[in-house]
Design a protein around this ligand. Structure first.
Ligand SMILES: Nc1nc2c(ncn2[C@@H]2O[C@H](COP(=O)(O)OP(=O)(O)OP(=O)(O)O)[C@@H](O)[C@H]2O)c(=O)[nH]1
Ligand SMILES: [Mg+2]
Length: 307
């Protein structure tokens, strides 16, 4: 299992990280080094806002004499990166609702299956809801996963109102003693306005069914509902606009950064934190069912900047 996880930041480390790490070997740090670092951070998709903040802080340290060598630069950069990620922690739910949203092809359906498998392995009773009724194939895709991992599923029919499918899912969740319900949604519709209003409606149904309509068994505890946005890490900066638009349809609790196995640009992780103020919840790093894990700050910092 560990060898699977080892690959998460492997590509990242071989490409951008090596160039950044070469700066840490320098005996002294001058403006030219900081300019070079700035360029590398932009290439790594750290984003202009975050990159500027980082460089400004490093400059101050250089002027104050607290960064002299490449080793000092490494330590301070790692400190800044860690600090910015720690400001946005994510705590996975133990029981409750996960709604996956995101642009088409970003990995919603795969992530729904992976999370279902993960929770099942933790001993949880999981219900999947195939609410991407825009395409029949989408429902089939999730149903195939559900069968393979032996998890219950509520399936919609093609072109059925997704909110109606979610309604049935919520009823089954409450009556069937489930711990976790994971909802897969559509990533495309005829137009963006329709998609966003559909997602907002799905969210309203869940809010109402889960936390307003109660059965005695619910014990009147508030059940957490997390909306997680899947972001394809290979798309780099393009993902931002999409993430902002999706964030308007439903409050985002976390990001699942997908396809990290193919991405050499892990800087996205920092840009998302600083520009969208949404924590990274999980990283997905391959097509196999186990290939998702909780985002680990230290592992990421070591992947990007070396130990
Ligand atoms: N290599 C790799 N491929 C992935 C990963 N996550 C998803 N994929 C692949 O990306 C493609 C799209 O994934 P889906 O889960 O179907 O994406 P989706 O968001 O549900 O797409 P739509 O239903 O079309 O909106 C599939 O071929 C997946 O196998 C990952 O972490 N790594
Ligand atoms: Mg899908």
């Amino acid at each position: 299992m560990f060898s699977l996880f080892k690959t998460v930041y492997e590509k990242l480390h071989t490409v951008v990280a090596q160039k950044i790490a070469s700066l840490f070997g320098r005996a002294s740090i001058d403006q030219a080094t900081l300019d070079e670092l700035e360029r590398l951070l932009i290439v790594a998709d750290v984003g202009t806002t975050m990159t500027k903040n980082i460089i400004k802080r490093l400059q101050k340290n250089v002027e104050a004499g607290t960064i002299v060598s490449g080793t000092d630069l490494h330590a301070e950069l790692a400190h800044i990166v860690r600090e910015s990620l720690q400001a946005l922690p994510y705590t996975p739910i133990q029981n409750g609702v996960i709604v996956l949203i995101g642009v088409n092809g970003s990995g919603k359906t795969s992530s729904a299956a992976k999370l279902a498998y993960r929770y099942k392995k933790m001993g949880k009773k999981v219900l999947l809801v195939a609410a991407d009724t825009f395409r029949a194939a989408a429902v089939e895709q999730l149903a195939t996963w559900a069968e393979r991992i032996d998890v219950d599923i509520v399936r919609g029919n093609e072109k059925q109102d997704p909110a109606a499918v979610v309604f049935v899912g919520c009823e089954q969740f409450r009556s069937g003693n489930y711990d976790v319900i994971i909802v897969d949604t559509a990533g495309r519709l005829q137009n963006k306005v329709n998609l966003m209003s559909e997602l907002a409606k799905v969210r309203r149904v869940i809010d109402k069914q889960i936390n307003t309509v109660k059965t005695p068994a619910d014990n009147n505890n508030n059940i957490p509902i997390h909306t997680l946005l899947t972001v394809d890490s290979m798309l780099g900066q393009n993902s931002f606009e999409q993430a902002k638009i999706f964030g308007e349809a439903a409050p985002l609790d976390g990001i699942i950064l997908t396809k990290m196995d193919g991405s050499a640009k892990g800087g996205m992780i920092l840009a998302i934190g600083s520009e969208l103020s949404v924590p990274i919840a999980y990283v997905s790093f391959g097509e196999q069912i186990e290939m998702i894990k909780e985002f680990d700050i230290d592992e990421f910092v070591n992947g990007l900047l070396g130990e």
